[in-house]
Ligand binder design. Structure first.
Ligand SMILES: [Zn+2]
Length: 200
């Protein structure tokens, strides 16, 4: 019989991706048995992320409030100088691509895909992508959306949006398995899809 406190924590942790009540209990036991070594630093790290981290509403990446990006003039990425932007759907996709070490450039996180109605595209960070391409002297936009219907529709929409700009637009190679979501691809597949990207 667990206490109310423990039960609440089990309920909360069970909501994490890939975890059920059983693994939640294992985590909680580990925390309780290591209050100072694990629980305390975890709490502190969580509080810091809760207080300080949010999504940039211009480029879509996670940023610390200390480096708030309010539009172009304050975007985190401006200190770096790259000529490429890789457009992805989610932050998880950005992390997957970063872990392959094949790409060195800016990221732009759309925040999802166009699904069905075009209205949703309004909420995606498409206008700010256009703005960045103009203002950051971008030479290449790499479309790294998933090989799903929504992902490909989104890629097409962005291609159309950017087509009158004087830049190279490329897309990850067709080696991507149909239905493949970037986040779930292994490093090797992602690496070759990137290396063999095709110009549109
Ligand atoms: Zn930003």
């Amino acid at each position: 019989m667990e206490t109310k406190e423990i039960e609440e924590l089990i309920k909360a942790i069970s909501k994490f991706p890939g975890l059920g009540p059983k693994s939640a209990k294992r985590i909680i036991l580990k925390l309780i048995n290591n209050k100072d070594e694990i629980m305390k630093p975890t709490i502190n790290a969580l509080v810091n992320v809760y207080k300080n981290i949010s999504k940039c509403n211009y480029c879509g990446v996670l940023k610390s409030l200390k480096n708030e990006c309010n539009g172009f003039s304050n975007c985190n990425y401006l200190q770096k100088k790259y000529s490429k932007i890789c457009v992805v759907e989610t932050i998880a996709d950005q992390w997957s691509i970063e872990s392959t070490n094949i790409y060195n450039g800016y990221f732009h996180i759309l925040g999802g895909t166009i699904s069905g109605s075009l209205d949703k595209s309004q909420k995606l960070l498409v206008d700010s992508l256009k703005d960045r391409v103009k203002k950051q002297n971008i030479e290449e936009v790499i479309l790294a959306t998933s090989a799903t219907v929504e992902g490909q529709t989104t890629a097409y929409y962005i291609e159309e949006t950017l087509k009158n700009m004087d830049i190279k637009i490329s897309k990850l190679a067709q080696g991507l398995p149909v239905g493949g979501e970037i986040e779930n691809l292994d490093d090797g597949t992602l690496f070759s899809a990137f290396k063999n990207r095709t110009q549109l």
